[in-house]
Every structure is written in C-alpha cells, then in structure tokens.
Design a protein around this ligand. Structure first.
Ligand SMILES: [Zn+2]
Length: 83
C-alpha cells in the first residue's frame, strides 16, 4: 500500500497558517524564509517540544515541532512553529 500523503495544518507564531504534508509520523513543509528545500521532521512527544525532536531551519533559525496525534511519536497531527 502506498504511503498516503496527508495535508496537515502548519501554524506560525504570528498566527498565520499554511500547509505541511505528512506520511506516518513524518512531515515536510516549506519555511517562509524561502529555503530551497523543504524542512523534514518526525513527530515528537505528546508532552510538547523537546530539543531532540525540535526542527530548526538551517537558513533562518525558526524552530518547529511536529505534533503527534494522541501519543508519543504517533502519526503527525500538525506542525507548529515554536519559540
Ligand atoms: Zn527558514
């Protein structure tokens, strides 16, 4: 069975939103700094963002967290920019 390409919400600290694509507990999205390649991350812990699961854009330094759906490292629910 192919890996379903789900569209999930992407939220930024300024309240704007976008879209990320997810398959399983992975997600990919484009950073608004216009980095040529997308960012890619896996879902983290249900308790919230931790250093080991945070995704930092190498070009602009924005931080992101791939939110799991209902438990640690479960399927991707959404992607949030975090401080
Ligand atoms: Zn960036």
């Amino acid at each position: 069975m192919p890996q379903e390409q789900r569209t999930v919400p992407l939220t930024f600290l300024d309240g704007t939103t976008g879209e990320a694509v997810a398959t399983g507990n992975n997600a990919a999205w484009n950073c608004p700094c216009c980095r040529a390649l997308p960012l890619l991350g896996m879902s983290g812990l249900a308790s919230g963002v931790t250093d080991g699961f945070r995704v930092d854009c190498p070009d602009c330094g924005r931080h992101y967290y791939v939110v799991p759906d209902g438990g640690n490292r479960k399927r991707t629910l959404q992607v949030d920019q975090v401080p």
